[in-house]
Write a protein that binds this ligand. Structure first.
Ligand SMILES: C[S@@+](CC[C@H](N)C(=O)[O-])C[C@H]1O[C@@H](n2cnc3c(N)ncnc32)[C@H](O)[C@@H]1O
Length: 198
């Protein structure tokens, strides 16, 4: 069952998963979905790959929902559920082949430290895709309807440090990490994602 708050975004998750596989070709090894919430990005990635999935969130309630949704999805992939803050990831250096984190960066206490931790747990040759957005495969009509939905809701509640475009680039500079760049979903729009290649 899809949670109410996320039901509008349901068509976006498989599109983002497909984009990731098309762009990075990573279909096996270890994948961490950080700030997984109800787990939908990781679930859709798992459906089309052999990735061993780590669903990670700092809220137990989110992990419980992710576990329920994973169980309802009938995945054959190996799955794990880890309660952790992105700023203190309980994994050794070089642990993951791929890290996805969608819609979570804006809520981290320390975005620089979180990004540095993600880089630390990537294997040499590993890739991370961190940020937010609807992915470039979402059709224009869907984008018009959904763009900025979560951001507006959270800003109303006074939550989130939403960095796009130049703000995201400044954040990246502060991390002093190599092999990183910012990416937008649609050419000409502000960047909302950070790609890391280790
Ligand atoms: C808006 S939800 C996004 C959920 C999912 N990734 C998606 O795209 O649907 C943000 C999630 O990030 C988690 N989160 C926020 N700060 C975090 C942190 N410092 N470490 C780990 N998870 C965090 C929240 O608990 C929440 O489940």
């Amino acid at each position: 069952m899809i949670l109410q708050g996320y039901s509008q975004l349901a068509p976006v998750y498989p599109l983002i998963a497909q984009q990731i596989v098309d762009d990075y070709g990573i279909t096996q090894g270890i994948c961490c979905d950080i700030g997984t919430g109800p787990g939908f990005v990781g679930i859709e990635l798992a459906k089309i790959t052999n990735l061993e999935m780590y669903f990670i969130d700092d809220k137990q309630e989110a992990l419980d929902k992710a576990e329920k949704n994973v169980s309802d999805s009938g995945l054959d992939n190996k799955v794990h559920f880890t309660k952790a803050n992105v700023c203190m990831l309980p994994f050794e250096d070089g642990f993951a082949d791929f890290v996805i984190s969608r819609g979570s960066l804006w809520f981290w206490d320390d975005q620089v430290k979180g990004l540095q931790q993600i880089y630390r747990i990537l294997k040499p040759g590993g890739i991370a895709f961190v940020g937010g957005g609807l992915g470039r495969y979402s059709p224009a009509s869907m984008r018009n309807r959904l763009k900025g939905m979560g951001k507006k809701k959270m800003q109303k509640q006074g939550k989130g440090n939403f960095l796009n475009g130049d703000g995201l680039k400044v954040l990246l500079e502060k991390t002093m990490l190599d092999g990183c760049r910012t990416i937008s979903d649609v050419e000409g729009e502000e960047e909302t994602w950070i790609e890391m290649r280790k």
